[in-house]
Ligand binder design. Structure first.
Ligand code: GLU
Length: 383
């Protein structure tokens, strides 16, 4: 978990070939004027130009649409992203996104770099066909030497179907783009053992090799209701990125040239992906942000999955939610702990009818011969 004699050397930004950089509103937008911090953005574009000159592909995931748009619509700033109703945020994003894209375009034009805007919704990343389409577009833009600048499509996303935070969106984009490095530029230089703002004994953690329960506990509690940003969503982003074989780093983005400072070894927290890569299909399953339901497993089934077996109806004691065949569902232990996720072979209604039953009984119960497994081992990923 921590750097020490036996731990691997810390990675460096220079090793990255395809880098996704997530930029939060607080870095980009000046409060309270609500204007773009142009000097900071110009310096970031200098970083991007250097990275490209070193042969690296760069994809930017940037927030700021709401923070930039609100003032122009006369919506009172009460702290970034806070205090607006959903429709107001959507309206603010609609006008702010133009300003955001324009600022990126101008800052990068100084280096002759073309930027390209992509606005994605949660569904674009959860639906496999749309996911692959967006991936092809990103690949094409990079092949044409453009820098994709991506944000959530805030104007069409409603409360239930939005990321709401660009940390997880950036991780999904990293997975989509087969990036090897995800950089979350933040207002803090990494993960601490406790919240350093309230606990002076909090230790900085330079390297995370596994997302253990202890590491997850360091993020503290999610804010009640809608958690936006913060360490909780950063660790949720880490889960997605690491499953995709992409290393992640949390670094302080406040001072100009954050990428150059990171490359020079400034303090940060690196998260390393597991040594054994997953197939693309499994990466996509592992990165699912909005599972359609859950299956509750008994102890025997959890043991069987651990030794590489498929999930059979006999080991499932409950089915939650209204999932359809092929949807991604969570796999839970009897105490509610999530042990994995996978693509389910039956609709919720049929799944409920075959709970705890032997596979040989499926045909008699349902009247058709479905799959023996309720989740096949090729379609599941353990946490
Ligand atoms: N997509 C939102 C925006 O552009 C921000 C989400 C976030 O800050 O994580 O304003």
């Amino acid at each position: 978990m921590q750097a020490g004699a036996q731990t691997p050397a810390l990675p460096t930004l220079r090793q990255g070939k395809r880098i996704v950089v997530k930029i939060g509103s607080a870095l980009l937008v000046d409060e309270p004027t609500g204007d773009v911090r142009r000097a900071w953005l110009d310096a970031l574009a200098d970083d991007v130009a250097d990275a490209r000159a070193a042969g690296q592909h760069v994809v930017i995931v940037s927030s700021g649409a709401i923070a930039l748009g609100r003032r122009h619509l006369g919506l009172q700033p009460r702290g970034i992203g806070r205090g607006l109703r959903l429709e107001e945020s959507q309206a603010a994003a609609a006008t702010g996104q133009i300003r955001l894209a324009h600022a990126y375009q101008e800052a990068h034009a100084r280096h002759g770099i073309t930027v390209a805007q992509l606005l994605l919704t949660l569904e674009d990343t959860e639906d496999r066909r749309r996911h692959l389409n967006a991936r092809a577009t990103i690949d094409q833009l990079l092949a044409l030497r453009a820098v994709p600048v991506i944000n959530e499509n805030d104007t069409v996303a409603t409360a239930e179907i939005r990321f709401g935070d660009n940390d997880r969106l950036a991780a999904r984009v990293a997975q989509m783009a087969s990036a090897d490095t995800l950089v979350l530029l933040s207002d803090i230089d990494g993960l601490y053992s406790a919240n350093p703002k309230v606990d002076h004994a909090a230790r900085h953690v330079p390297l995370v090799e596994e997302l253990t329960p202890e590491i997850l506990a360091m993020a503290g509690e999610a804010l009640p209701g809608f958690s936006k940003g913060g360490m909780v969503t950063k660790l949720a982003a880490a889960r997605i990125a690491l499953a995709a074989g992409c290393r992640m780093v949390i670094a302080d983005g406040h001072r100009p040239r954050p990428l150059a400072r990171l490359a020079a070894g400034e303090r940060c927290t690196w998260f390393l992906p597991p040594a054994e890569p997953m197939t693309a299909r499994k990466r996509w399953i592992a990165g699912s942000v909005q599972p359609a339901g859950a299956l509750v497993l008994d102890g025997g089934a959890i043991g069987a999955l651990g030794s590489g077996k498929s999930l059979l109806p006999a080991g499932v004691t409950g089915a939650e939610g209204g999932f359809a065949r092929g949807d991604c569902v969570l796999l839970k232990a009897p105490d509610g702990r999530v042990v994995g996720r996978g693509l389910v072979a039956y609709d919720a209604e049929d799944a409920r009818r075959i709970l705890r039953r032997r596979s040989a009984e499926i045909e008699t119960i349902l009247g058709y011969r479905g799959r023996e497994e309720i989740v096949h081992r090729d379609d599941l990923v353990l946490e």
